[in-house]
Design a protein around this ligand. Structure first.
Ligand code: HAM
Length: 430
């Protein structure tokens, strides 16, 4: 037996049925907001992420050399690839530019429930909007995307990394070390980083700040704590939150000054979405406004985006019992005897042509073994093609749920089978 690599999964049909429902909800919602789909490559030059993603992600990257000695990395996320694409090819496109991507990403993390080394993201970027409008639109799209999957129990926490950066003042590298320690709530490391940056007097303020979570009253408390630094940021958050009801979003939003984010490119509003049904790995999505275009040779452009962890949405959807159609088979065709096989394949082809899901015996089994197989595959109907019935232009049609069997004209088969298609049901591959 060959084991799969640690942290990877074989996604089975039942999982993919739910994943497919989630993916199509995301596509529908993003396109409903005017976003277009793009897909950067699975591997990228190392320099695209090196020193841009930040200390957290850099340690987790799958880095390798190709045969020509190039340093490559399996994408740990989509944003850097999409921004590279924007700078190289879309710089002159009409603004704002709205792009979304769906696909796997790779991080060398310690695997556990909801945390994998290969996982799926739905990632959205809005480039060249006005800050208030773009930030509100981004949060609204993230919230509505989750709602479209049927998952209800999600809290969206909004913070502002720009206020912390304004307060810290020092060079960006030192800030990133401090913010990384704060994000991980690693207070020993925080102390060491602040000491190194000569900003130890900020320690109590920072620890007090990240504990603030709640309604708009905490914005005032945060502002007082920072002694006026980052005032614009607090006002911005207020205005962003005030815009959300216009999108039909009236609850599930809190302010949280402890949202730091693991990636180093964020500069302003940041947010995370948490699903209480998930346990330890409850962060279902996150994002914010960021500066990347200038690092890739472009002009600065106001950029806001987010990514949702699709595997975690699948888990949340399961936990909340969201109904999802399982893979089904409408009909299984059983030729009875060698002489009718060609005709049976023609019948199967005609039924498939009407959009039905149809399988047919490919091993020449006897009828009773074939009925067992059809049952195991969750077929709703079995079409028994026998010489005697065929002579009269008919086949025998068996309802696998009730066991009833009757003769049906071949010409009527498609309409009979198409009539009572159930919305749910099928085989559970768990
Ligand atoms: P991120 O927070 O690193 O942000 O990842 C987004 C989401 O991906 C997380 O909230 C989580 O649900 C999921 N995720 C991350 N790592 C794993 C893992 N090992 N296993 C399962 N799910 C995981 C970004 O990637 C940014 N690019 C988001 C963004 C877009 N910011 C601006 N634009």
């Amino acid at each position: 037996m060959i084991e799969r690599p640690r942290g990877t999964r074989d996604l089975n049909p039942a999982y993919l049925a739910r994943h497919g429902v989630v993916a199509s909800a995301f596509r529908r919602t993003a396109e409903g907001f005017g976003y277009r789909e793009v897909l950067p490559p699975t591997f990228e030059p190392l320099e695209l992420f090196h020193a841009k993603a930040g200390p957290g992600i850099e340690e987790e990257m799958y880095v390798f050399k190709d045969k020509a000695g190039r340093d490559l990395v399996l994408r740990p996320e989509f944003t850097a690839g999409v921004l590279r694409y924007y700078v190289n090819e879309l710089r002159n496109a009409p603004k704002p530019i709205k792009l979304y991507s769906i696909g796997p990403a790779f991080r060398y993390e310690e695997p556990q429930k909801g945390r994998h080394r290969e996982f799926w993201q739905f990632s959205c970027e809005l480039l060249g909007g006005a800050p208030l409008d773009a930030d509100a639109e981004t949060i609204a799209l993230a919230v509505q995307s989750i709602r479209a999957t049927g998952v209800r129990q999600v809290e969206t926490r909004i913070g502002h990394i720009g206020m912390l950066r304004a307060y810290l003042k020092g060079p960006k590298e030192a800030q990133n070390g401090i913010l990384h320690a704060l994000d991980k709530r690693d207070f020993a490391k925080l102390h060491a980083e602040l000491d190194r940056a000569g900003e130890l007097d900020a320690e109590d303020t920072l620890r007090g700040l990240i504990a603030l979570r709640g309604g708009s009253e905490i914005l005032k408390q945060a502002s007082d704590l920072l002694g006026g630094a980052g005032k614009e940021g607090f006002e911005h958050l207020h205005r962003v939150a005030d815009r959300l009801p216009a999108y039909g979003i009236r609850d599930g939003i809190v302010f949280d000054m402890g949202i730091i984010r693991g990636l180093a490119y964020y500069t302003g509003m940041v947010f995370q979405m948490h699903a209480p049904t998930l346990g330890a790995e409850d962060q279902i999505g996150g994002g914010g406004s960021y500066a990347l275009a200038e690092l890739f040779g472009g002009e600065p452009i106001f950029s806001t985006g987010f990514a949702i962890g699709m595997d975690r949405v699948v888990l949340a959807s399961e936990a909340e019992g969201v109904a999802v159609p399982l893979p089904t088979l409408d009909a299984y065709v059983v030729p009875i005897g060698e002489g009718v096989r060609t005709k049976a394949f023609e019948i199967a082809a005609t039924l498939r042509g009407t959009g039905l899901k149809v399988d047919i015996d490919l091993v020449g089994r006897g009828p009773s073994k074939n009925l067992d197989y059809a049952n195991a595959m969750g077929a709703r109907w079995v079409v028994l093609v026998g010489e005697k019935e065929l002579a009269g232009g008919n086949v025998a049609l068996r309802n696998m749920e009730t066991g009833e069997q009757r003769e049906v004209a071949v010409a009527d088969l498609a309409s009979v089978l198409g009539m009572d298609k159930p919305p749910m049901g099928g085989v559970d591959f768990h």
